[in-house]
Each structure stands twice: as C-alpha cells, then as structure tokens.
Write a protein that binds this ligand. Structure first.
Ligand SMILES: Nc1ncnc2c1ncn2[C@@H]1O[C@H](COP(=O)(O)OP(=O)(O)OP(=O)(O)O)[C@@H](O)[C@H]1O
Length: 248
C-alpha cells in the first residue's frame, strides 16, 4: 500500500526549547491515523511540519511523495486542512464561504452534497458568524473536504459537537475512508479514536510514548480500556509515582 505521509526523526524547537523530538510517522493510503497527546504535547507543531507551514530543525517529511517545503502549490491541490478557527469575513454566509473555497481549487467536491452530509444544508444562507459552535465545526470539516483531497488533516475533530453530530461525522469520515481518503486527525476523545483510527501516535512533551494500534496500546498497558491506557501513557504523575515505587 502506498505511503501517503512519512515523517522520520522530526525535531522542532521554539527559541531553543524542543517542542517535538525524534517523531516518526508512517500513514498508508486509506488509513486513519490519530495524533494524540495532552495540550502542548506537540501535535500542531508536528502537523505544521508535515504541511510545510513550519520548517523542521531536522528530520525528513514527505507527503504524497513530495517535500512539503518545496511543493506547496501541488500539495495545496491534493491536501485538505480543517482549522480550529478559520479566517473568514464578518458578513459572509455559509454558501458564500463554500463558493470562495471552491474557487481556490481546480477540481472540487459538490459543497451542497457535503452540507447535506454534515447536516447543515439548511444553513446555506446563514451568516457563518451566526452558526452555533458545533455547526461551525462541521462547516470547517466540510470546507477541508471541498478540494476533494487525497489526504485530510482534521484538528480536534469533533470538539464542540453534540453526541448525534459526532456520530454523523464519524459515519461521513468512515464513508470517505472507504473511498480511499487518508485521514490524519487529532482528538481528545478516546471513544472517537477507537471508532476511527487504524493506528495512533501518543505524544508526551514532544516525544512519542506509544505508536501502534489501539489494541496494541491497551495490550502494552496495565488497563483494558483505551482511555485508561491513554491516560497511563500520558499521565506524568502516575508514571513518576510508579518510578518512585519501582526505585524504592
Ligand atoms: N509559535 C510558538 N512559539 C513558541 N512556542 C511554541 C509555539 N508554538 C507552540 N509552542 C510550544 O510548543 C509546544 C507544543 O505545542 P503544540 O501547539 O504543538 O501542542 P499541541 O499538542 O498541538 O497542543 P494543543 O492540544 O493545546 O493544541 C508547547 O509547549 C507550546 O507552548
């Protein structure tokens, strides 16, 4: 299977302080990959290095076989990105924002179908600024899908969505996955990660503390639920306490 994202020994620091250290990632076509970790763990920094919006201190990144730092324009056509906060004009409607987004790309998906799929087709004429938080979140996901991307980056996938909307988004993404879409997502909801991700990387203070499938993460932990295992991998206190008693 073709490798869509490859990251090798990625290092990135800010003002001499390391944000990401020695991160390795491999995502094959049609896979859903979860980049996990607490606030400040290094997820956004890693994604920005993969997209070429930040330059790594060292290491190599390849996406769709291209170097993101030198193939920006080509990548832009083939990669979708959902931002947590998109920039848009104050008085723009949902339909207008979709049109503007569509106009940036050569080939695009039908945004009316996407609006329907994500349950906000009745908001076509509403101002984006008047959408609820969850409706706006869904809009940002579908804007990332307008270029008909081969790979999509979804940051904090369903933060702010109600239970039904989350399940609907999962279903839409599973359908897109079955059509070959590759997805890299971040999420703070472990039920979502379990439902969607083929494999995950858990970052802690910029370093990989687990890499593999959800089942492998559970198996290598003392727990039998993924959320407990995730917290065990990321929780400093528990691990430190463990070390203290180990050393005692
Ligand atoms: N532009 C910047 N200048 C200085 N430090 C930064 C900058 N961006 C991020 N950092 C630091 O790098 C570390 C990793 O941040 P990053 O945003 O990658 O984490 P994250 O896992 O995406 O967090 P969150 O879940 O809160 O979005 C943090 O300690 C953060 O303070």
């Amino acid at each position: 299977m073709e490798e869509v994202i490859n990251v090798e020994q990625l290092f990135k620091s800010y003002n001499g302080l390391p944000a990401v250290e020695n991160v390795n990632i491999s995502v094959k076509r049609g896979m859903v990959f979860g980049l996990l970790g607490a606030n400040g763990a290094g997820k956004s920094t890693t994604i920005e290095c993969i997209l070429g919006t930040k330059k790594p201190d060292s290491g190599t990144v390849s996406i769709l076989g291209m170097n993101p730092l030198t193939a920006r324009k080509n990548l832009f056509e083939r990669v979708g990105v959902q931002f947590q906060e998109a920039n848009y004009q104050d008085k723009i409607t949902v339909g207008e924002l979709c049109e503007v987004t569509q106009s940036l790309y050569k080939t695009t998906a039908n945004y009316r179908d996407l609006l329907k799929q994500f349950g906000i087709s009745d908001k076509l004429k509403s101002l984006v600024s008047e959408l609820s938080g969850g409706q706006r979140q869904r809009l940002f996901i579908l804007l990332a899908l307008i270029p008909n991307p081969e790979v999509v980056f979804l940051d904090e996938l369903t933060t702010g969505l109600d239970a039904k909307a989350r399940r609907d988004v999962w279903k839409s993404l599973s359908d897109l996955k079955s059509k070959g879409l590759t997805i890299l997502l971040t999420s703070h909801f472990m039920d979502e990660v379990e439902a969607l991700c083929d494999s995950v990387c858990i970052l802690k203070n910029g370093q990989t503390v687990f890499y593999g499938t959800v089942n492998e993460a559970i198996a290598s932990s003392p727990f039998d639920k993924f959320e407990d295992a995730y917290l065990w991998y990321t929780d400093e206190e528990d691990k430190d306490n463990g070390n203290i008693s180990d050393n005692a």
